[in-house]
Write a protein that binds this ligand. Sequence first.
Ligand code: GDP
Ligand code: MN
Length: 396
Amino acid sequence: MNLHEYQGKQILNSFGVDIQRGIVAQTADEAVEAAKKLTEETGTGWHVIKAQVHAGGRGKGGGVKLAKNLDEVKELAGQIIGMNLITPQTSAEGKKVHQVLIAEDVYYPGENEPEEYYMSVLLNRATGRNMIMYSTEGGMDIETVAEETPHLIFTEEIDPATGLLPFQARRIAFNLGLSGVAFKGMVKFVNALYTAYVKSDSSLFEINPVLKTSDDKVIAVDAKVTLDGNALYRHKDYLEMRDKREENPVEVEAGEVGLNYVDLDGNVGCMVNGAGLAMATMDLIKQAGGEPANFLDVGGTADAERVETAFNLILKDPNVKAILVNIFGGIVRCDRVAQGIVDAYKNMGTINVPIIVRLQGTNADIAKELIDNSGLDVQSAIEFQEAADKVQAVLA
Ligand code: GDP
Ligand code: MN
């Protein structure tokens, strides 16, 4: 589950990570109130207005702006709230901004120049260990740094038996070129950050930039946090942080009825029972010259109601030119699924895309007969290849 920057910062702060302080606002007036309150707390009259959407690169898209007085806070918050923010990480249509974070300006001048670093904590799947990835080149695209100057990206792997060791946190501060107060601040920051990552059951923390302020404080200016959805039952308070407006509406609807649905870019919708078979079916579609429009696992109980719900979800995607149903009748009997498909089809009236149904397993032959004799515009298949050929034929 992805979080907004302000929510990620809340979690970080609850584990003792120092952050750029801020207050979230839904309207320009609330933004002004937030700025006043922050000025009381921090003493600074300058604020940054930051669009809260589930996408990075907001600065580049005009979603992060500096306001030097309350009039500017009001004006800029008014501009950003409601705007359609397009960043390198959103689709071409962009994302609607519903709220902004009013944050204290932390790039104030002082003895030293403020410095930006990159830091993330994530799982290294190759070694099965958590790692901290960091770089002196913060603030910009880490992808570009990785491509052009990969030697400026460092990693620190953590042994699960010992956790993060003191020398590792010190090595990070050292490699970032820090000394004195900032060195100590970074060591504390890294320790708190790693604790937060582990205790919150996150799968990603990305802090870009981590800022060394002009007076040598080390703070998180940005926070991209992904919580492990399978561990949310242990964190009831984080469940409330879900913002469904940021998610694909069809995926949200599918989740509510217990279907595993992932929206994809292709033209062939697929309905399958079992995740492994769903993956194989996507390959099959590619082989037949199509592109899967979705991943959809209807699970073990493919009755008429479930099949109908699944059809409805798939058909919400205007790019779907054909639907391939691929069901293996292991626990569920194929004839029951076939009856479900026929009933669902009749219930829905007209479906304007060709449907190919492949049923294999218990009572597959009875199922094929049921489909073939239904008088509906549904083609049946028993073999994988036969289904692929039929998909190819309807796409041609
Ligand atoms: P992102 O573009 O979505 O990654 O959003 P960030 O939170 O990383 O902010 C983008 C950029 O805004 C940062 O890299 C900074 O350069 C700038 N920025 C963020 N906070 C402040 C601030 O307090 N003062 C100033 N002057 N700039 C800031
Ligand atoms: Mn950032």
